[in-house]
Design a protein around this ligand. Structure first.
Ligand code: UDP
Ligand code: MG
Length: 314
């Protein structure tokens, strides 16, 4: 029997957990022919979350948990889930029921059809402000423009991953993590299923704009070093301006037979030295970018098949 692991990062979710457990249990009890593991990663909750999880485990042996020493953040909780998952596939799910467990049968269906990454795409987002929606939309646009890796839009972390994707994630041990960009980077056969995102069932969101901005910057910088190129690109118009102005001043001096004026000399010097500085920044940036990419220690590529044999990233 194939085993499905549901990875649930939890941080101060005592209010949401009873609802979550009830709904997840109902869904997985209705699915036949699969074994389930509910893997809670308790991310240093300060409330009764871990106590509740232990209580559930007493009653239900399908529940396993990883308990963190402190709050490491959702991204780290997710990789711990990946490390401890024992299933043939894994589903990432939020604890606040914003990711409806009722999608699980559909995810499994597509997985069985051969998809490696069945992700839930939001058709709508209830209970979120227009500002959050707008900024998230703009963010996807910018991110996609910066990279050649295809990015799934309106997609969160709620998805089913085949074991080989789980193993691939395991190999990506970088410290500043951004799961969304990692899911895209892995590639493999992806399938979107649509759903309406509900508001959080109980408790408070752990996100604020500062955290979101951090996540957004991590997303961009973990994906691409193109921001480092800004310097290199800025140097080009600066030197162009220098060149044009230099020609203009020279021609004027020769034509009217006058000496170069102080302000002209200053403009030329400013353009020259700022150009040199920007260029040097760019060069440093280029090297920094390479060191950055190397230091991530990711596998260089991932194989789908070898002579017809499925690669599982073991
Ligand atoms: N979470 C976590 N560690 C954190 C913050 C959040 O494990 O430091 C979990 C949280 O318990 C929930 C999921 O990540 O299961 C999503 O968090 P939340 O609902 O607060 O974020 P939002 O849906 O508002 O983006
Ligand atoms: Mg939420």
């Amino acid at each position: 029997m194939k085993k499905v692991t549901i990875i649930i990062p939890t941080y101060n979710e005592e209010e949401a957990l009873p609802f979550l457990y009830e709904r997840v249990e109902k869904v997985i009890n209705s699915i036949e022919n699969y074994e389930f593991e509910i893997l809670f990663v308790n991310d240093g909750s300060k409330d009764k979350t871990i106590k509740l999880i232990k209580e559930y485990r007493e009653k239900d042996k399908r529940i396993n948990y990883v308990d963190f020493a402190r709050n490491f953040g959702k991204e780290t909780a997710m990789i711990a889930g990946v490390d401890y998952a024992t299933g043939d596939c894994a589903i990432f799910m939020d604890a606040d029921l914003q990711d409806p467990p009722e999608l699980i049968p559909e995810m499994i269906k597509y997985w069985e059809e051969g998809y490696d990454d069945v992700y839930a795409q939001r058709r709508s987002r209830k209970g979120e402000t227009w500002l959050k929606k707008l900024t998230s939309k703009m963010y996807y646009r910018v991110l996609q423009a910066l990279t050649r890796v295809e990015i799934q839009k309106d997609t969160g972390d709620y998805r089913l991953l085949d074991r080989r994707c789980v193993n691939a994630l395991k190999k990506m041990r970088e410290i500043s993590r951004n799961s969304k960009s990692m899911f895209s980077w892995i590639g493999y056969k992806k399938k979107a299923i649509m759903y309406d995102r509900d508001p959080r069932i109980a408790g408070q969101t752990k996100w604020n704009y500062a955290k979101l901005i951090n996540l957004a910057i991590d997303g961009i910088t973990s994906f691409t070093t193109s921001p480092l190129r800004i310097s290199t690109f800025l140097a080009i118009p600066t030197f162009l301006a220098l060149f044009i102005y230099f020609i203009y001043v020279i021609i004027k001096c020769i034509r009217f037979n006058v000496a170069i004026e102080a302000f002209q000399a200053i403009i030329l010097l400013v353009l020259f030295f700022s150009g040199v500085q920007i260029l040097l920044f760019g060069i440093v940036g280029e090297y920094l970018g390479r060191i950055f990419n190397e230091s991530k220690n990711r596998p260089l590529y991932l194989v789908n098949e070898y002579n017809g044999r499925r690669e599982t990233n073991d």
